[in-house]
Design a protein around this ligand. Structure first.
Ligand SMILES: CC(C)(COP(=O)(O)OP(=O)(O)OC[C@H]1O[C@@H](n2cnc3c(N)ncnc32)[C@H](O)[C@@H]1OP(=O)(O)O)[C@@H](O)C(=O)NCCC(=O)NCCS
Length: 152
C-alpha cells in the first residue's frame, strides 16, 4: 500500500511531472520545476511499494494564521484508495502543528473537500492577497473554483 510522507529532494521531478500531467484534464494549476524546488518543503507525497511517487499535495502558508492546500494530485491508476484524503489530512495536521488557524482551498471538487471537513465560503472572507495571486493564473478570469475553508 502506498504511504504518505514529506517530500524529499529526489521527489521534485516526479512531483513536477505528476502536476504537469494533471493540468491537461483537471483544474490543477501548472507549476514550474523551479517552483516545486523552492516550495519542496510544502509538499507531501504518496509513495508506492516500488518507490514510485503516485501523488502529491502541498500546504502553502499564505498569511497570518492562514494556509492553502494546493497542487493535490493522485495519478489516475491510484485514485479511489483514499490517498488524496490522506494527503489532505497530512497537510491539515501539519497546519495544526504550525499554529495555523484556518486552511483554505480553491477548488471545483466541492464534494471531495466536504468529505475532508472543508466548508464552502464567501470569496470576500479570504484576504485580498489570495485574489491578487489570481491575476497571474492562466485561468484568470474564467475560473469556476470556489473557496472552501477548514477552521482549526
Ligand atoms: C481529487 C483527487 C486528488 C482525489 O484523490 P483520491 O485518492 O482518488 O480520493 P480519495 O480516494 O481520498 O477520496 C476520498 C473521498 O472523496 C471522493 N472523491 C474522490 N475524488 C472525487 C472527485 N473528483 N469529486 C468528488 N468526490 C471525490 C471519493 O469518492 C471518496 O469518498 P468516500 O470516502 O465516500 O468513498 C484525485 O481524483 C485527483 O488527482 N484528481 C485530479 C486532480 C484534482 O482535481 N485535484 C484537486 C484540485 S483542487
Amino acid at each position: 500500500m502506498p504511504y504518505i510522507r514529506k517530500a524529499m529532494m529526489k521527489d521534485a521531478k516526479d512531483i513536477h511531472s505528476i502536476i504537469k500531467e494533471s493540468t491537461k484534464d483537471a483544474m490543477v494549476l501548472p507549476r514550474s520545476l523551479s517552483s516545486v524546488y523552492s516550495h519542496l518543503r510544502d509538499f507531501f507525497v504518496a509513495e508506492a511499494d516500488d518507490g514510485k511517487v503516485v501523488g502529491c499535495c502541498a500546504l502553502s502558508i499564505t498569511w497570518d494564521c492562514l494556509a492553502e492546500v494546493r497542487s493535490l494530485v493522485v495519478i489516475p491508476t491510484q485514485r479511489g484508495t483514499n490517498l488524496g484524503g490522506q494527503m489532505v489530512e497530512a497537510c491539515v495536521a501539519e497546519a495544526r502543528e504550525l499554529g495555523v488557524c484556518e486552511v483554505f482551498v480553491l477548488t471545483n471538487i466541492e464534494d471531495f473537500f466536504s468529505k475532508q471537513g472543508f466548508v464552502a465560503t464567501d470569496k470576500n472572507i479570504l484576504p485580498q492577497k489570495v485574489w491578487a495571486d489570481c491575476i497571474n493564473c492562466p485561468l484568470f478570469p474564467d475560473c469556476d473554483e470556489i473557496p472552501m475553508v477548514m477552521k482549526l
